[in-house]
Ligand binder design. Structure first.
Ligand code: URP
Ligand code: ZN
Ligand code: ZN
Length: 463
C-alpha cells in the first residue's frame, strides 16, 4: 500500500498567477500534496514531467456533441468528442440541453443526460438553452440552478430551429436568473437584418458561392446584437456572457460596458483569432461556415488585444463538427451549409503556439483563459481549473518543445478535414489526466468510455 496513487515529478506547474517547479501527489482522484520533492517510492506510479509544463486541464465551455442541427447531426458524439477533448488536453466540456418549445427545460436536461452519461470519457456539464418563456419556464429557473445548471443560453437567431429568443424573453430571463445567481450566455446576431441580407445575397448565390455566407453576415450584425443584449443586462442587473464573440466591435462594446459596471463577460474561439473570411473564397470555402462566421483581420487583432487586456475572459471552441460529406449538402447554396467545425482537440496546442509562441500571451494567461476563468465563471472552481491541494487531479503535462504538423487524419475527431490543416505547432499535450487517471498520451486516447461524470455546478460564478 503506497501513500499516493500517482506522483508527477519535476514538472513546471503553471497556474493563473505564475509558475514553479514541484512534485504533485495524487490520491483518490485528488491532488493531495504539492511539494518540492516527493519520494518516488511513495506512489504506485510516477510520471516524470521534467522539462515540461503541468497545467490544469483545459475546460471547453462551448461544445455541441451529437447536436441535431442544420438538417444533420454533428459528427462527434459524446464518446468520440470527449475522447478528442482528452487528446487535446481538455478535461471538462460543457454542452447544451436545448429546451423544446412547450416542454420543461428539465425534460431537455434529462434527455441530454440519457445521451451523454454512459458515453463521456471526461467530466462534463450542461448549459440549459431557453427557447420558450412563460410562467412555467420562469418558475423552473431556480430548480434548474439548484439541480447544478446555473448557466443558460439564449439564441438571438435560429427561427427555423425553433430556438430563437426575442428581446422580451432575454430581458425576462436576465431578470430571473439574476435572482438566483445564474447567468445568460447569448448567441448575439441581429436576426431581421441578417434575414434580409441573406435573401439579398440568395438572389446572386451562384455568383458568390460560399463567400455569400460572409457577405450576408457583416460584423455590425453581431455588434448591434451584443450592444442590445448588454443593454438588457444593464437595466435588469442580470449577468451576461457573450458566446463565440467574433468581432472587434463586440469587444469594444464589452469593454465599455464593463467600464460602466455592467456584469458582462465574453468568450472567443480560435477560429476568430486565427482565420479570416478570405477562407470562403477557396475551393472548399463552404467547410468553414460557422455561425457567426469568421470575420476580418482587424476583428482578430481586436480580439487578441481583448485576451491580453481582459476584455475577453474565456477561450472556448464552439465545436460543432460536420465532415465533408455533411457539408456537401450545401450544393452551392450558402443557406444550406451545416454551420460548425471541429475544435476542442486543437484549442490548447493552437493557442499555445499562436498565443504564447507568437502573440505575447503568458502561459499563465493561457491557463486563465482556457481553464481557471471558465472554472470560476461556470461554478466549478476550485475542483476544476486549479492546481491546489484538494482540487481534482485534472492535469495536462505539456511538452513545449514538441513539433506537430496538424493533419485531420491524425486527430481523434470524427472530422475528415481541419480548418488548421498543415499548420505547424510547437507545443502539444504529452499526457492528459482526468481525476488522476491518464486518459490520453501523445495525442492518443487511452482512457475509458463512460469514465466521465456529470458535473453539478454552483451558482454565482464570477471573476
Ligand atoms: O456554427 C455554429 N456555431 N454551430 C453551432 C450552433 C451555435 O450557434 O453555436
Ligand atoms: Zn451560437
Ligand atoms: Zn455554439
Amino acid at each position: 500500500m503506497t501513500e499516493y496513487d500517482l506522483i508527477i515529478k519535476k514538472g513546471q506547474i503553471v497556474t493563473e498567477s505564475g509558475s514553479y517547479k514541484a512534485d504533485i501527489g495524487i490520491m483518490n482522484e485528488k491532488i493531495v500534496v504539492i511539494s518540492r520533492s516527493l519520494p518516488a517510492g511513495a506512489a504506485e506510479e510516477v510520471i516524470d514531467a521534467s522539462g515540461k509544463l503541468v497545467m490544469p486541464g483545459g475546460i471547453d465551455v462551448h461544445v455541441h456533441l451529437q447536436l441535431p442541427f442544420s438538417g444533420s447531426v454533428s459528427a462527434d458524439d459524446f464518446e468520440n468528442g470527449t475522447k478528442a477533448a482528452a487528446c487535446g488536453g481538455v478535461t471538462t466540456v460543457l454542452d447544451f440541453a436545448i429546451q423544446s418549445k412547450g416542454d420543461p427545460i428539465m425534460a431537455a436536461v434529462e434527455a441530454r443526460r440519457a445521451e451523454a452519461d454512459s458515453k463521456v470519457c471526461i467530466d462534463y456539464g450542461l448549459h440549459a438553452a431557453i427557447t420558450d418563456w412563460n410562467d412555467e419556464t420562469q418558475a423552473e429557473i431556480k430548480q434548474v440552478i439548484d439541480y447544478g445548471i446555473p448557466t443558460f443560453k439564449m439564441f438571438m437567431i435560429y427561427k427555423n430551429e425553433g430556438w430563437m429568443a426575442d428581446d422580451a424573453m432575454l430581458f425576462s430571463a436576465l431578470e430571473e436568473t439574476a435572482k438566483h445567481g445564474g447567468h445568460i450566455g447569448v448567441h448575439a446576431e441581429s436576426v431581421f437584418v441578417l434575414d434580409m441580407l441573406i435573401d439579398r445575397y440568395a438572389q446572386e448565390k451562384e455568383k458568390w458561392g460560399a463567400y455569400a455566407h460572409t457577405l450576408s453576415r457583416p460584423g455590425y450584425t453581431e455588434e448591434e446584437a451584443i450592444i442590445r443584449a448588454i443593454k438588457w443586462a444593464e437595466v435588469t442587473g442580470g449577468q451576461l456572457y457573450i458566446v463565440h464573440m467574433s468581432t472587434g466591435g463586440g469587444a469594444e462594446a464589452v469593454h465599455s460596458a464593463k467600464e460602466r459596471g455592467v456584469r458582462v463577460y465574453a468568450e472567443t474561439c480560435p477560429q476568430y483569432l486565427l482565420l479570416d473570411d478570405e477562407v470562403f473564397k477557396g475551393e472548399n470555402g463552404h467547410l468553414y461556415a460557422t455561425c457567426p462566421q469568421v470575420k476580418k483581420p482587424h476583428d482578430s487583432e481586436r480580439l487578441w488585444k481583448g485576451l491580453l487586456n481582459g476584455d475577453v475572459q474565456v477561450i472556448a471552441t464552439d465545436t460543432c463538427t460536420f465532415n465533408t460529406e455533411q457539408k456537401a449538402a450545401w450544393k452551392g447554396d450558402f443557406r444550406k451549409i451545416p454551420f460548425g467545425m471541429p475544435g476542442v482537440e486543437t484549442m490548447i496546442p493552437l493557442m499555445y503556439t499562436e498565443g504564447v509562441g507568437k502573440r505575447g500571451l503568458s502561459v499563465s494567461q493561457l491557463v486563465a483563459l482556457t481553464s481557471t476563468n471558465p472554472a470560476k465563471l461556470f461554478g466549478m472552481y476550485p475542483e476544476k481549473g486549479s492546481i491546489t491541494v484538494g482540487s481534482d487531479a485534472d492535469l495536462v503535462i505539456f511538452d513545449q518543445e514538441k513539433k506537430v504538423t496538424l493533419h485531420a487524419a491524425d486527430l481523434q475527431t470524427n472530422c475528415d478535414w481541419s480548418p488548421f490543416e498543415g499548420w505547424e505547432l510547437v507545443g502539444y499535450p504529452a499526457v492528459t489526466m482526468s481525476r488522476g487517471k491518464v486518459v490520453a498520451r501523445d495525442g492518443k486516447f487511452v482512457g475509458e468510455v463512460g469514465y466521465g461524470k456529470f458535473l453539478k455546478r454552483r451558482a454565482y460564478g464570477k471573476l
